[in-house]
Design a protein around this ligand. Structure first.
Ligand code: OAD
Length: 262
């Protein structure tokens, strides 16, 4: 049987448009906690209603703001891992391999900025960003206070909107909220028109994000999973590669170079 790495490299070498769909496992090797695959994952430690719902926000804004500021601080203190960097280098690697431009688009459920910091230029955030706070009332984008986020505090007063005076909220999507339409439509279009999709580090249990790889499968695209553990999406894959993002993705670039003699 052909090893998964070879099958994936062949599919990428044949593709003109590639979608990379990522979840929390993508950033795990940068030291960012996942949500549900480990005993110390975020939703094993924290209550989703308290920390990630409009009700939790109404109940205690200071607790919610402090938690997201702690998460923002953790991201600021870490670096993209070898997997983020390999994704950012994928288009150039394929160009060196066959001299054709390949469009590589990242669709992420992550609210960190590690894909961008690794150099990926086309990144869609389905669940918002820790770095895009906005007014909870008038929805205008807002600024953080100039001092760095406090990592120890359990309650912090959120800043106030300079336009309407209401509290600024984290720019992430919470349970019970609709996903922003524009990024999701863009993501759907990218999936419709791609030739190959890599699904990396997601449990595939949160909808409608999980719909994207399933749609890709239904449209007969090549879909491959990179995850040390089989996810809910495994049944929709052409190939499952049980490896980690920071381990597997750099190896995949080496494989592409070897197969193309570059
Ligand atoms: P999960 O925590 O649900 O799943 C993480 C996945 O990453 C699991 O399938 C792990 O096996 C895999 N994984 C762990 N380490 C890995 C590594 N080093 N390399 C590759 N894979 C690894 O995270 P998500 O699927 O991203 O929503 O969760 C989806 C959404 O649920 C999140 O965006 C968040 C959460 O509630 C919002 O915040 C709206």
């Amino acid at each position: 049987m052909t090893p998964p790495i070879q099958t994936i490299a062949s599919a990428l070498l044949a593709a003109r448009r590639v979608v990379v769909f990522t979840g929390a496992g993508m950033s795990a090797e940068s030291g960012i906690a996942t949500f549900r695959d480990k005993p110390d994952s975020l939703w094993a430690q924290f209550n989703t209603r308290e920390m990630a719902s409009p009700d939790g926000w109404r109940e205690n804004k200071q607790r919610v703001w402090a938690w997201y500021e702690g998460r923002r601080a953790a991201v600021m203190q870490t670096q993209p891992n070898a997997g983020h960097i390999a994704i950012a280098q994928l288009a150039d690697t394929l160009y060196a391999a066959h001299g054709k431009h390949v469009q590589v688009s990242v669709i992420t459920q992550n609210v960190d900025d590690l894909h961008e910091r690794a150099g990926s230029t086309s990144v869609i955030h389905l669940h918002g960003s820790l770095f895009s706070p906005r007014c909870a009332a008038c929805d205008r984008p807002a600024e953080f206070a100039s001092e760095p986020p406090d990592t120890q505090a359990t309650e912090v007063e959120p800043p106030h909107c300079t336009h309407c005076g209401h509290s600024i909220r984290p720019g992430v999507v919470w349970f019970g909220e609709a996903m922003p339409q524009q990024p999701f439509r863009l993501a759907e279009d990218l999936v419709d028109t791609c030739d190959a999709m890599l699904v990396i580090g997601t449990s595939g249990v949160v909808w409608p994000a999980a719909e994207l790889p399933i749609n890709a499968h239904r449209l007969s695209k090549f879909v491959a999973e990179i995850n040390p553990t089989r996810s809910e999406l495994a049944g929709y894959m052409n190939v499952e590669w049980p490896t980690s993002a920071a381990q597997g993705l750099p190896e995949l670039l080496v494989q592409i170079r070897q197969m193309s003699g570059t």
